[in-house]
Design a protein around this ligand. Structure first.
Ligand code: GUN
Length: 296
């Protein structure tokens, strides 16, 4: 008998389309009320290929929901002071609702200083300490885009989370740490018992095998294999990597932090790469921008 896969896809593209249709209709209302469309700016410093691709997708997504967008490209040689000056002028620009500074930044620029310089009212990435503090306390504010997108994906597909054991791999400021908090809050989705695993975790497979919901943000291509996953688990893959593939015209293919072909058959639900978390991250950024534009 052939092996029939029983997993279902957490399809971020499809979910995004549904959410973006709502955003577009709310954007039309805001535009009519204020006489201008919600406006997002993205700052890109240097010429990292992956960052450029992400930023261009964000700008394209704005167009698809009727937002205005501005892409501000700066050379790698930009000084920290120059970038902080730009941020200060974006903070004061009355025609701009929100902006992001794409990370990573060149080594000579402090990401911490940059994050702190952004006016929390325009912090649509949700990276400012005020945004993160609001999230921790459950107050209204901008949620970091990737964790918020994952929560939305789980909600869209009706994944039950209350009382489940959620294991998050990776403790970055922008994904793993906020993700662990959102999954543990008294909300739906939420109410999980959360384990936050990281590079110093002992016997990681023994921990991940206990996960009802496994969220992988470790930044290593195809790191999670079938032996690390419990039967019936929900697996969310945050990673995205280009790996060489000479059978492709482009010479590469995209993979996540999860070895999809190995793991999928064990899952009840799994997010693909591409087309899983990536589109949801961008959709959350659009939601935050709409929220910023709706502020009285
Ligand atoms: N680099 C990787 N993900 C992100 C993100 O969501 N926002 C910004 N600004 N930079 C990133």
């Amino acid at each position: 008998m052939s092996n029939v896969a029983t997993y279902q896809l957490l399809d971020g593209k499809q979910c995004s389309e549904a959410v973006r249709a709502d955003i577009a209709s709310q954007a039309a209302v805001v535009t009519a009320q204020r006489g201008r469309a919600p406006h997002l700016a993205a700052v890109l410093v240097g010429n990292d290929g992956a960052s450029r691709t992400y930023v261009e997708s964000k700008v394209r997504a704005c167009q698809s929901v009727g937002f205005r967008s501005s892409l501000i490209e700066l050379p790698t040689s930009t000084t920290e002071a120059e970038l902080l000056d730009l941020i200060s002028s974006l903070n004061r620009d009355p025609e701009l609702d929100g902006f992001i500074v794409q990370l990573p930044l060149p080594k000579h620029i402090s990401e911490e200083k940059v994050t702190l310089a952004i006016d929390p009212r325009k912090d649509v990435d949700g990276f400012h300490p005020e945004s993160l503090g609001r999230m921790v306390l459950g107050l209204p504010g901008f949620l970091p885009a990737t964790p918020a997108g994952i929560v939305e994906l789980l909600r869209h597909y009706g994944i039950s989370t209350a009382g489940k054991h959620c294991v998050v791999i990776g403790r970055s400021n922008i994904v793993g740490t906020p993700m662990s908090l959102l999954m543990s809050r008294n909300t739906e989705p939420g109410n999980c018992t959360v384990t936050l695993a990281h590079s110093r975790t002992k016997d990681l497979p023994a921990i991940t095998r206990q996960a009802d919901i496994l969220i992988v943000a470790i930044g290593k291509p195809e790191f999670v294999t079938a032996d690390m996953v419990k039967d019936g688990a929900v697996v969310v893959d945050v990673g995205i990597h280009r790996i060489t593939d000479t059978t492709k015209k482009s010479g590469f293919r995209l993979v996540g932090d999860v070895h999809f072909d190995d793991v999928a058959a064990k899952c009840s639900w799994i997010s693909p790469v591409p087309g899983g978390v990536g589109p949801m991250t961008i959709t959350s950024l659009l939601l935050n921008t709409l929220k910023a534009a709706e502020r009285p």
